[in-house]
Design a protein around this ligand. Structure first.
Ligand SMILES: Cc1ncc(COP(=O)(O)O)c(C=O)c1O
Length: 457
C-alpha cells in the first residue's frame, strides 16, 4: 500500500518558532513613525500591542520558545497532515511529486489560528480584556474569535463590507465563538464615518478596516489591536507550519525543489516557506513562489517603498511592496488577497532574490481549485486556489521537461464557507481582471513623497 500522508505525533509538535529576520541576506529597513518619519521605537507601539508581541516583532533571537499554554491549544488540531496529492499528479500526467500541508483542518478552517492563539495568549497574559481586528474574507476574524473564546477575551471584528455581504456564514462563525462583527466601513469609528461620507457605497478594503480596528483599540484602555498577517511576529507564529513540513518531508524521504503559497499579507506563505528559505539562504537550490491575484498585484507591480499599512495613515510606515495605502482593490472573491501591501520580510526576500512573486488570473485560480476538488476531494478556499494554479503550472512544466520535481504547497484553507464564490464561477459571473497600468500609476503617485527604503546592505 502506498503511503499518502505523513502525520506527526502530538509530542513531535515544534516547540519553537523560527525568526528569519536574523538570517536575512539584507537586514530589514526599520519601520518609521507615521508622523515624524523617524525610525520607530518599540514603546510607541504599546497602545496597540502587548509588549511581549512588540519584543517578538523586533527580536534578534533565531528561535523563540512557544509557551506551553499556546502549544496546548495548538494541539487541538496540530500537527496538521502533510499529504501526497497522487490523484492530482495522475490527472496532470506529470512526473512531479506534489505534496500539500493541510492547514484547512483547524476549527476555523485555515492557517490563521496559528497566530490568533498565540496573540490571544499574550494579550490575556498582559491583562487585556478586549481585542479588535479587521478581516477580509473572514478567515482571520473567525480565527481570532475562536482564539479569544479559548482565552475568555472579548473580540470585535471589522469585516470588509464586500466580504461581509458575500460571506454571511463567516460572520455567524464569529458570533458562534462569541465575537461581535460589523461591516467596514462602519459608523462606529471616525475613519469609517469619513469614508462613508465620501463613498457611501464603498465595498471596503483591508486598509480601511485596519484603520477602524486600530482607532477602536487606541480609544479604550481595556482593548488592544491584533493583526492577522504582514507583521514579523505574525509570520513568526506561522513558522510552525514549515517546521512540521520539514519533518514530514523527511518521513517521505523527499525535499522540495519548489515551494508555493498564496500571499495576501504573506503569513501562510511565510509560515511554510521561511524554514526552507533559511536553507536557500545557506546555499540550497529551491524555487520559492508567492502567488497573488492579477487584480491586486502588490508584489509583481507594486514597487518596494515605505507605506502605511492602513488607509487612514494610523500605522507605522513599513518597507514593503505596495500599491499605495488608499488603493481599493476590485471586489474579487479571494477577499484575503485584497491587500495593498506585503509583509516587509517577504518584500525584502523578493528584493534579495530568495522569493519570486507570480500573479494568477481569477478564472485560472477557480479552474485550478475545481480540478483539485475533483481529484484530491477537499474544496479549497479561493485564496488557496491561487497557489494551486501555480502548482498546476509547475507540474505541467515538469511534464514538458520530463523532470521529477518535488513540489510542496501550503493548502491554506478550505472553501466550504466560500461556496457563493464557486456559484459565481459556475454561473459565469466571474471575470478576469488585470489592474490597468494607469490605475497603478495613479495609486502610486499618492505615495511618491514618502521616504524610500534602502534596497541593499
Ligand atoms: C485561506 C486563506 N489563505 C490565504 C490568506 C491570505 O493571507 P496571508 O497572506 O496572511 O496568509 C487568507 C486570508 O484571509 C485566507 O483566508
Amino acid at each position: 500500500m502506498k503511503e499518502i500522508k505523513a502525520v506527526l505525533k502530538d509530542s513531535e509538535i515544534p516547540k519553537q518558532w523560527y525568526n528569519i529576520s536574523v538570517d536575512l541576506p539584507t537586514p530589514l529597513n526599520p519601520p518609521l513613525h507615521p508622523g515624524t518619519g523617524e525610525p520607530l521605537t518599540p514603546d510607541l507601539l504599546e497602545p496597540i500591542f502587548p509588549m511581549s508581541l512588540i519584543e517578538q516583532e523586533v527580536s534578534s533571537e533565531r528561535f523563540i520558545d512557544i509557551p506551553e499554554e499556546v502549544l496546548e491549544k495548538l494541539l487541538i488540531w496540530r500537527p496538521t497532515p502533510l499529504v501526497r496529492a497522487y490523484r492530482l499528479e495522475k490527472a496532470l500526467n506529470t512526473p512531479a511529486k506534489i505534496y500539500y500541508k493541510n492547514e484547512g483542518v483547524s476549527p476555523p478552517g485555515s492557517h490563521k489560528p496559528n497566530t490568533a492563539v498565540a496573540q490571544a495568549y499574550y494579550n490575556k497574559k498582559a491583562g487585556v480584556k478586549r481585542i479588535t481586528t479587521e478581516t477580509g474574507a473572514g478567515q482571520w476574524g473567525s480565527a481570532l474569535s475562536f482564539a479569544c473564546s479559548l482565552f475568555g477575551l472579548e473580540c470585535k471584528v471589522y469585516m470588509v463590507k464586500i466580504s461581509y455581504d458575500q460571506k454571511p456564514y463567516r460572520r455567524l462563525m464569529m458570533n458562534t465563538w462569541g465575537a461581535e462583527c460589523v461591516p467596514s466601513p462602519s459608523n462606529d469609528t471616525e475613519a469609517g464615518r469619513k469614508i462613508l461620507k465620501e463613498f457611501p457605497d464603498s465595498p471596503g478594503s483591508l486598509g480601511i478596516a485596519i484603520s477602524e480596528a486600530v482607532e477602536d483599540a487606541v480609544s479604550r484602555d481595556d482593548t488592544k489591536y491584533s493583526l492577522g498577517s504582514v507583521l514579523n511576529h505574525v509570520l513568526l507564529h506561522q513558522t510552525i507550519v514549515g517546521q512540521e513540513a520539514m519533518k514530514q518531508m523527511e518521513l517521505f524521504g523527499d525535499y522540495p525543489d519548489i515551494i508555493i503559497g498564496c500571499a495576501g499579507g504573506g503569513s501562510n506563505f511565510a509560515g511554510l516557506a521561511f524554514p526552507f528559505a533559511r536553507d536557500k539562504i545557506n546555499g540550497k537550490d529551491i524555487k520559492i513562489i508567492a502567488c497573488e491575484p492579477t487584480s491586486c498585484p502588490t508584489m509583481t507591480k507594486g514597487p518596494f517603498v515605505y507605506d502605511f499599512g492602513d488607509t487612514a495613515q494610523l500605522t507605522p510606515l513599513l518597507p514593503m511592496h505596495s500599491l499605495g495605502h488608499d488603493f481599493v482593490p476590485p471586489p474579487i472573491h479571494a477577499g484575503g488577497l485584497r491587500y495593498h501591501g506585503m509583509a516587509p520580510l517577504i518584500s525584502q526576500l523578493i528584493i534579495d532574490g530568495i522569493i519570486e512573486p507570480r500573479a494568477i488570473p481569477q478564472l485560472e485560480s477557480f479552474e485550478a481549485g475545481i480540478m483539485w476538488a475533483r481529484t484530491e476531494g477537499s474544496i479549497p478556499a479561493p485564496e488557496t486556489n491561487h497557489a494551486i494554479a501555480a502548482v498546476i503550472q509547475e507540474a505541467k512544466k515538469a511534464a514538458e521537461e520530463k523532470k521529477e520535481k518535488v513540489i510542496l504547497i501550503n493548502w491554506s484553507g478550505h472553501g466550504i464557507i466560500d461556496m457563493a464564490a464557486y456559484d459565481a464561477f459556475f454561473s459565469g459571473k466571474l471575470t478576469d481582471y488585470a489592474l490597468p497600468e494607469e490605475q497603478i500609476k495613479e495609486a502610486l503617485a499618492k505615495i511618491d513623497a514618502l521616504p524610500k527604503p534602502k534596497m541593499g546592505k
